[in-house]
Design a protein around this ligand. Sequence first.
Ligand code: ADP
Ligand code: MG
Length: 627
Amino acid sequence: MPKINILNDITINKIAAGEVIERPASIIKELVENSIDAGATQISVEISSGGKNLIKIIDNGCGIDKDDVNKAFLRHATSKITQAEDLYALSSLGFRGEALASISACSKMEMITKTEESIIGTRIVLHGGVVSVKEAVAANTGTQIIVRDLFYNIPARRKFLKSNQSETMAITDLMNKLAIGNPHIRFKYINNKKIAFETPGDGELYSTIRMLYGKDIADNLIHIDYKTNFYKISGYTANNNVYRSNRNMQHIFINGRYVKSTNIMNVLNESYKAIIPINKFPIYFINLEMDPATIDVNIHPNKLEVKFNKEAEVLSSLSDYIRGVLLKSSLIGRYREKFTPKKEEIIESKEVLQKNEEVREFDAFSTFTYSKPSEVTEAKEEKPISLGSFKSLEEIEEVKEVKEEVKDTPIINTPSIHEKPKQISFIEEEETAKNSDFKNLKYIGIVFDTYILFQKNEDMVMMDQHAAHERVRFEMYMKQFKSNTISTQMLLDPFLMDLSPTDMMVVSKNLDVFERYGFAIELFGHKNISISGVPNTFGNPESKRFIYEIIDNLHKMDNIYDAKYDDIAEIACKSAIKANDKITDKEALALLRQLEACENPYTCPHGRPVLVKMSKYDIEKMFKRKM
Ligand code: ADP
Ligand code: MG
C-alpha cells in the first residue's frame, strides 16, 4: 500500500485549474467578472491565437492594495464574502476565490495593479503559480492582467484546446454576452491586434446591441419592461422579422449575470412558435432582476444553469407577458433589397458575428397598436391610375362595385370543422378592432393565382392567399375548440396504460389537470393507470397519444389548447385554399376582411408571413428612377 500524501498547494491549484479553467474563454470570463466586481467602467480584452498564447485584460476598477496582492492568488482568497451567510445576499459575480489561484497555476501570469489611494502600483509575475517577481511600478489606477502560454505546464490539457479559430469564436461569443450584459461598461475587444469591437458604454442596451449586431437586428427590437412581485424584466426581444438557426442570439441575464436557463429559453421560444418558422430561434436580450436570496448561487461557476424560487410562477407570468408584447407589435414583413455591406464591414463583422447567421429579406414595419374601430377604407382615395398599373380605370370601378357587394353579403354559416369547403366563407365580423395596418388598402388584383395585391399609400402590400386563409381558419377552429366546453366520453371498456416510473409520477401529481382536460383516470398499481373516460375534441374521442402529449408538455402547457395547437394548425392548413387555387376578387376581399379580424393576422400558424410589403421607393429604385 503506497503511503498517503497530502498534496501541496500548487498541485491542488493545478487540479482545481482543470475545473474552473476549461479553455481561454473561461479565463476571460473570470477575469472580466473580477473587473466588473472591481467597479470598472472600461475593460479592454486582448487575445492572440485564440487566447492560447496571450490574454490581456485591462480595467479601470478599484485595483488591489500592494499588501493584498499575494493573497489574491491564494485559493479561497476573496474580498467578496467572509462567511457562508453572505452567499445569500450576494450580488457580485465571483465569490469562490478560485480564479486567480487556478489561472496562475496553469499559465505564466503577470499582474499590474494600483488602488486610487496608492501612489505607486505593484507588479507581480507568477509561473505555474509560483511568484517569480514582485516589484513596485508606475501604473494607472486599476488592474492589468496578462496570461501567457495557457497550460504550458499541463500538456495534456493544452492538447485538448480546440483550433485557434474555435477558441476565438467561443471568446467572441462570450465578449458579446459580457458587453450586452453590461451596457454601462465600455468594452474594447482586440483580436490579433485588430479591434473587433468597442462598445459605447453609455448605459444604453439598445446602442450596445446595435454596435455589436448591427442595424438589421436593432431595427427589429421590441422594448420590454415589466415588473411583478417576484421579478422585474427589461431589455429587448426581436419581432418576427429576424431570427436565427441556432440559439446564439438568445441572451438571458439574471441580475446582470449571463445564465443559461433552459426553462426560461423554452418559455420564450414557445412564445414565438406561431410567428417564426419552425426550427428557427428568436433573438432576445433580457435581464431578470430578482432578489439574490431567491437564486441558488451554490452552482458551479462554470455551469451557467441557474435555479431560483417560484420558478413555475415566474415562467408562467413571463410567458403571458412576452406573448402579449409580441401580439402588439406589427408583424408585416417588408421587402428590401438584400443588405450588401461594404468590403471592410464584411471583414470586421465576420470576426464579430456568429456563424450560421442569416439576414432575412424582411424588416420591420411600424409599431402598431389596435386602433379604434373605423371604416374599412380600401377604396377611399381613388387617385388616377398611372401607366403600368395592373388594372384599367374601368376595371377598378368594377372592383369597387364588387366591394360594395361584399359588404352586403349576408353571413353564410360558419363551416363546421368536418366539412372542408376550400372556398372562403363570407363572414362579416361585427365587433372587430380594426387594425391600422388594414386601413386604406386599395385592392389591385391577384398575381400567380397566389398573391393578392393591394396598394396602401406609398406601399404595395402582398398577401399570400394560402397563408392568409390558413390563419383565418386556424383562429376560427381554435375559437370553436375553445368554446366547446370539454366533455368526457365514458368508455364501455376502460383501458390500462403501462407508464414509466417518471411518467407515472407526472400523472399522479397532476390528476386534477387530466380531469380538467376531460379524462377520467385512476392510478392502478404503481405503474398503470386505468382510463375510463376520455375528452371529446371536435366530436372525436381522444386517444392514448394525447395522454402522452400532455405528460410530455405539462411543464410548458398553460392549457389544453397549447397541446392541440399543432393538430389545429394542420386542420387549418389542409382546409385552406392553396397557392394556385383560383379565387375571385370578391373572395380575395372577403379574405382580407377575415384576416383583419384575426388576433394575429401577420403570420400563418407555422410562422410564415401572411403579408409582405414593398415600398414605392423600392420599386422606383428597381426601375432606376431613384438611386
Ligand atoms: P473571487 O473573484 O471569487 O473573489 P478571484 O480569485 O477571482 O476570486 O479573485 C480574488 C480576489 O482578488 C478578489 O476577491 C478581489 O479582491 C481581487 N481581484 C481580482 N481581480 C481584481 C481586479 N480586476 N480588480 C480588483 N481586485 C481584483
Ligand atoms: Mg473572481
